[in-house]
Ligand binder design. Sequence first.
Ligand SMILES: [Zn+2]
Length: 206
Amino acid sequence: MQSSKQFTIEAGKGLALSVKKGQFVRVINTYGTQVVDTWAFSEEDTESLLSMEHCREVLQRIIFEPGDQLITNRYQPILKFTEDTSPGGHDTLIAACSQEMYIHAGRKEYHANCRDNLINAVKPFGIKIGITPSPWNLFMLAPIRESGLIDYVRPTSKPGDYVEVCAEMDCIMAFSACPDEIYPTNGGDGTPVDAHVILLNKNSVK
Ligand SMILES: [Zn+2]
């Protein structure tokens, strides 16, 4: 028997959820164009967290694929990447956007950003963010060209495409529907949109 609960990541905002070991989390690109910055922290020790750099080291790839076990900065399995209905290529290299990034890009006023979304989303769980952990940028495409240059391209996901992971430990997962309207990676049309998350218990017995 399967049970599920759906959550909305409002356009340009953040969301954090407690996810128990064995639960599945589906991140849905509801409209196809929205990048969702994604983080996971061990519930027991929140300084142990999903680490892009450690995953890349162990997987020997910069892009993760279904079947990959994703690990923390302490080499503990935290998420299993179980399914991907999108064309894939989810970026693991680019930093979360921040107020400083928007100033660097020429903005003068406060701009909503993924770093602040993360800080605010995980605060109720007692997690304090210092240096922003590198996000897993779901649906974001920043391919490396032969010359070594990083390209920024529009997402190729279709509306409703999703990425699914299974928690390998009790964790707090955080998401930000990126408010960026500058780079083409977030659709390039200046309009961050909602995304959705489904928390699934696939083997629950009723
Ligand atoms: Zn962002």
